[in-house]
Ligand binder design. Structure first.
Ligand SMILES: C[S@@+](CC[C@H](N)C(=O)[O-])C[C@H]1O[C@@H](n2cnc3c(N)ncnc32)[C@H](O)[C@@H]1O
Length: 216
């Protein structure tokens, strides 16, 4: 298992029905079942080919009736409501779409690859309580993890907290600085190109301004 997956697994809370949406390989569900974190688990993926990998990995749990595999778009195909849901490795917008078309579960672990700001804004608007919201590293790659509950949120994130994550701003980690230094370098390189549209240039420059305000 990669360090990214290990970090995600460490954040999965105990529950009754667990669902791994966009499970692909199924490693996280294997962790959940082997650690007794749920009574039953659903593996779900929009791609039958991806799901087959997870079905193979979890064939014994499937045969034992502890795990069920469903080809589905988001949560739509699940035969029952899961109280703990993991959605990892998808874009923030895709995660919002899945939650919007499905439901905000009692407990969730989300690992958006990009558009974290949109996901945070969505969760805030839903009144979710973001118990963890931080950046971590796996080698030279940086990831964000957002874990929380569907109630008890105060809807009080500032614009900067939506962009960077509250926990990151309150107690910045080396991974957080690493991510934004990497992003700053990328943005400067994009902005040095001459063939950028005015709109793209403005968007990139405004992103860079926000990062510069961090005084990395
Ligand atoms: C990059 S992989 C991530 C796999 C795993 N969750 C992880 O974090 O390593 C994304 C997976 O999500 C699946 N996927 C994409 N959109 C989906 C959707 N709307 N509903 C269910 N699965 C989806 C893809 O088929 C793919 O297997």
């Amino acid at each position: 298992m990669t360090e990214r997956l290990a970090e995600i697994c460490r954040r999965i809370p105990r529950g009754k029905v667990f669902a791994d949406i966009g499970c692909d390989h199924g490693y996280c569900t294997r962790y959940v079942l082997s650690h007794g974190l749920c009574e039953r688990a659903y593996l779900s993926d929009i791609s039958a080919g991806s799901l087959r990998k997870a079905e193979k990995l979890l064939s014994r749990s499937i045969a034992a009736g502890k795990c069920f595999a469903v080809v589905a778009d988001g949560m739509k195909g699940l035969p029952e409501r899961a109280d703990v849901v993991l959605i990892a490795g998808l874009g923030g917008e895709e995660i919002v779409k899945i939650l919007e078309e499905g439901y905000l579960p009692e407990k969730f672990v989300l690992q958006p690859m990009h558009n974290q700001e949109k996901l945070r804004a969505y969760l805030m608007a839903k009144g979710a309580n973001l118990m963890r919201d931080y950046t971590f590293a796996d080698g030279n790659y940086y990831y964000d993890l957002i874990a929380g509950e569907n109630a008890g949120g105060k809807k009080d994130y500032t614009g900067e907290e939506l962009f960077f994550g509250r926990e990151n701003l309150r107690s910045p980690s080396p991974a957080f600085y690493g991510k934004w230094r990497q992003e700053e370098t990328k943005l400067r390189s994009y902005l040095s190109r001459e063939n950028l549209s005015e709109k793209s240039r403005e968007e990139l420059a405004s992103r860079l301004e926000r990062i510069e305000a961090l005084h990395l």
